[in-house]
Design a protein around this ligand. Structure first.
Ligand code: SPV
Ligand code: MN
Length: 626
């Protein structure tokens, strides 16, 4: 460290803080820290060196500052975001690019020079009167080819506390990597707070992602998706790095599916929000490695995956004792846990939409004092909790945690799954013919129907390739090409599947029960080892009735009827053709760099569908195809 930096940091951090920082031999890190302390100008700085005392200091600060409040259950706290700060701010989340760089029409970008100037103006002295928390984390397991160290500067103890539950400590990793560390940098300020300690200058809410500087700036917001720098913000930086270095960053769960004779096969799964991703990761009888973000690398001809995180920032809406027993238990056990934007009762209990029991008549929630029937200023009735209300916990507290969570080598991936909310096209489970067919007709063709929990009309199909559309920092075509190329050196290529938990009949009734998905995963696990055959259809390979009948009996003690099978696995030709038209149109009009193979594979599928239609008609039950 040069003398000037030392003098400045000593004055701002104090001797003890400086000593913690000096243990990390990285001048670039020191300069970055000095620059943003000077710029944001906090009254105090706390350096967290990951000791239990340091971690406790931040946890306590969140309560002391009023960003969190203790609940009746020991270790549980409640945090509120501003009523209008309850989700990712897509409008003001920009990837900063130099003049002349074009990432295509679907990715929101800002001019790098202009945006850096703007965000620095917004953040000038923004921490005056506040304490800055400096934290070091590691994305992916430590001491691993996957490890990416991250430094977080934030004036929100809630953010620093959440990250403690969600990410692996990284102070030692920074020390280990020393001057060679290639690390991500996060600067966040909640900005001015109102009397409820929520961000008040939402008109100046900005989330700017600077790929060139590997730095993310986030200001005037508290919602986790906008502020927890290691989550979706780092994800954009990692997608960019992976693209240059030949590995993948995916919006994927990772889980162990338990097959016959103690065999465990690892699957990854990508699902847009509210499509059953967390409930899949939490399937009972299976084990969870991660529920949100995965890094994938090729090693010795196999695909290896790690959970980038080690905690869960999960949607709480709908969690009930019957459907989600493990989460229910975690939410009712004394343990370190943050819930956000739910209803708090006068007894310091909590309630959320879809929880067991009656809605308490009053309490306080993200809208302030609340009672049943309360309306917001637009005349809209305010539910007891926000649909995007969350809980934050460490996976280490879950009884279904997989033992490979922290394995620096990652887990070998046997299968990858793509699923959306689809009422009428995809069958419940289907294997693709090969890697390119899967990447293109499953991942790159992923759509999901909007629900009541999202803004706007419900039931509208939204294109969301690999469920990663919101997080891409490279052009879509390049991202697809990276996914295709990823298989080039593989000796053992994972199978790619689609799933659809939301298929309905003509009357609008779901064709499957929530628990049926257990069977689909057991079937996929058997397929990954060639233990069962499949039926070829124009869109991929589906299970044979006999295998499902046996699995339904074994897994769910259910008699699975031939009639159910035919209804669920019927190939819907008009809907499948319409989907190809929609997807093709998107790749023709909204993507500038679509690889030609995308169109080729979709066209081949169209021909298979048309041929089948000529032979069997519009709706083909699988018995015709065997
Ligand atoms: C998602 O919306 O996909 C999440 C929550 O996992 S957020 O952190 O907001 O991205
Ligand atoms: Mn997510």
């Amino acid at each position: 460290m040069d003398n000037k930096t030392i003098d400045f940091l000593k004055q701002r951090l104090g001797g003890e803080g400086l000593n913690k920082l000096k243990k990390i031999d990285n001048p670039h890190l020191h300069q970055f820290i000095a620059k943003y302390i000077e710029h944001c100008n906090p009254d105090k700085v706390f350096v967290c060196a990951d000791t239990p005392e340091d971690v406790a200091y931040i946890r306590d600060a969140a309560v002391r500052n009023g960003e969190e409040a203790e609940l009746a259950t020991n270790g549980h706290t409640i945090h509120f975001d501003n009523y209008y700060d309850q989700a990712r701010d897509k409008e003001h989340t920009l990837i900063l690019v130099p003049t002349g760089v074009d990432l295509g029409p679907t990715i929101k970008t800002g001019d790098r020079d202009e945006c850096l100037k703007e965000i620095h103006e917004i953040m000038k002295d923004i921490m005056k009167g506040r304490e800055l928390y400096m934290r070091f984390f590691c994305l992916g397991p430590t001491n691993s080819v996957f490890s990416i160290p991250v430094v977080q500067l934030t004036d929100s103890a809630y953010v620093a506390h959440s990250e403690d539950l969600l990410y692996r400590h990284g102070y030692e990793e920074f020390i280990r990597q020393g001057p060679n560390a290639r690390f991500f940098k996060m600067v966040h300020s909640a900005g001015e707070l109102d009397e409820r300690k929520t961000s008040m200058n939402l008109d100046k809410r900005r989330i700017y992602i600077d790929l060139e500087g590997d730095t993310v700036y986030s200001a005037n917001t508290q919602y986790g998706g906008n502020t927890i720098g290691l989550k979706k913000l780092s994800m954009r930086l990692a997608i960019n790095h992976g693209s240059q270095e030949g590995w993948l960053t995916e919006h994927m769960l990772v889980m162990g599916i338990h097959g016959p004779k103690g065999r465990v096969s690892y699957f990854t799964g990508a699902f847009p929000s509210l499509c059953g991703k967390t409930s899949t990761a939490m399937l009972d009888g299976e084990t969870i490695v991660g529920d949100d973000i995965a890094y994938l690398r090729e090693k010795d001809g196999e695909v290896r995956a790690v959970n980038v995180e080690k905690g869960m920032f999960g949607i709480i809406m709908g969690i009930n004792s019957k459907d989600d027993p493990i989460q229910w238990k975690a939410l009712h056990t004394p343990n370190e846990l943050i819930v956000s934007n739910v209803l708090v009762t006068p007894e310091k209990g909590v309630h959320w939409i879809g929880k067991d029991g009656d809605v308490p008549p009053s309490g306080h929630n993200h809208s302030g004092e609340w009672h049943i029937g309360k309306k917001d200023k637009d005349g809209k009735e305010i539910p007891p909790s926000h649909p995007n209300a969350r809980f934050t916990l460490s996976l280490e507290t879950l009884e279904n945690l997989d033992s490979a969570l922290h394995d620096p080598k990652g887990v070998v991936v046997a299968g990858m799954v793509y699923g959306g909310r689809d009422s009428d096209t995809w069958v419940p489970v289907e294997e693709s013919y090969d890697w390119a067919h899967g990447i293109i007709t499953k991942g790159a063709s992923l759509e999901s129907e909007t629900t009541a929990a999202t803004l706007g009309k419900t039931g509208v199909r939204k294109f969301n390739l690999m469920s990663n559309l919101d997080f891409l920092s490279i052009p879509i075509g390049q991202y697809i090409q990276n996914n295709l190329d990823f298989a080039n050196d593989l000796k053992k290529t994972p199978l790619i599947f689609s799933v659809n938990y939301f298929l309905k009949d003509k009357d609008g009734n779901f064709l499957n029960e929530k628990t049926d998905k257990k069977v689909w995963y057991k079937w996929m696990e058997l397929r990954a080892h060639g233990d069962v055959d499949a039926v070829d259809t124009p869109t991929g390979r589906i299970p044979k009735y006999e295998d499902l009948k046996r699995l339904f009996k074994e897994v769910l003690s259910k008699d699975y009827s031939d009639d159910d099978y035919k209804k669920q696995f019927m190939i819907r030709i008009p809907e499948s053709l319409a989907k190809i038209d929609r997807i093709k149109k998107i790749y023709e009009t909204q993507v500038n760099d679509t690889p030609k193979i995308v169109f080729d594979v979709l066209e081949t599928q169209r021909h298979r569908l048309l041929d089948a239609q000529k032979k069997y008609g519009d709706y083909i039950t699988p018995d015709k195809l065997r």
